[in-house]
Design a protein around this ligand. Structure first.
Ligand SMILES: O=C(CO)[C@H](O)[C@H](O)COP(=O)(O)O
Ligand SMILES: [Co+2]
Length: 219
């Protein structure tokens, strides 16, 4: 079954817990938390303090997408704040293998994200170490952008790499996912879809999640 991970980047921060409750009650699978530092990406969002304030108040696992430089420095803080999956960007890590081991040493799942312009070859030699690969389908930094179509080929190639090596791990896709393209992204091989604006910027979160489920039913 395809998992849905709403990105709280598009939630109402004045009533964050209420929005989280809405997606939880609508039956989503993960809470995608976008952490931006104003250096790796041109935007600043949230840090461990916000995670700590929602920890224990939702049953949804925390899927933490770190769009920050020097992520190793902050991994213990995010683990302590409740992270279940930590994703770092290949482009932000000088020693990606070491960073992955660092994440795993804290007992949480480890993933690598690739920007639209980054090749799959950058993870070729660490694939066996990963729990998930995140294919970015927008340039990171902002919600509400358009899906970059070349991501579809990259998802297909990644899926083939995994099959060829007999590896089982999650393929997450993030950016510009809407009701209209969700099935195509899943069809290419993704099994976790992140959606921010498509879920939170709607009249009814419950109805939108149902519509996503209908479109993804057959996968
Ligand atoms: O990592 C991200 C941006 O860097 C977000 O997770 C992503 O953009 C989700 O928002 P939307 O679904 O509105 O594109
Ligand atoms: Co994200």
């Amino acid at each position: 079954m395809i998992k849905l991970a709403p990105s709280i980047l598009s939630a109402n921060f004045a009533g964050l817990l209420e929005d989280i409750k809405k997606v939880e009650e609508a039956g989503v699978d993960l809470l995608h938390i976008d952490v931006m530092d104003g250096h790796f990406v041109p935007n600043i969002t949230i840090g461990p303090l916000v995670l700590e304030s929602i920890k224990g108040r939702t049953t949804l696992p925390f899927d933490v997408h770190l769009m920050i430089e020097n992520p190793d420095r902050y991994i213990p803080n995010f683990v302590k704040a409740g992270a279940d999956i930590i994703t770092v960007h290949a482009e932000a890590c000088h020693h990606i293998h070491r960073t992955i081991q660092n994440i795993k040493s804290h007992g949480v799942k480890a993933a690598v994200a690739l920007n639209p312009g980054t090749s799959l070859t950058s993870i070729e030699y660490i694939l066996e170490e990963l729990d998930m690969v995140l294919i970015m389908s927008v340039n990171p930094g902002f919600g509400g952008q358009h899906f970059i179509p070349s991501a579809l080929d990259k998802i297909r190639s990644l899926k083939k790499m995994l099959v060829d090596r007999n590896l089982v791990m999650d393929i997450q896709v993030d950016g510009g996912i809407k009701l209209e393209n969700a099935a195509e992204v899943a069809g290419a091989g993704a099994n976790i879809l992140v959606a921010g604006s498509a879920i939170f910027n709607t009249e009814s979160i419950e109805d939108t999640v149902k519509l996503f489920r209908n479109r993804l039913d057959s996968f």
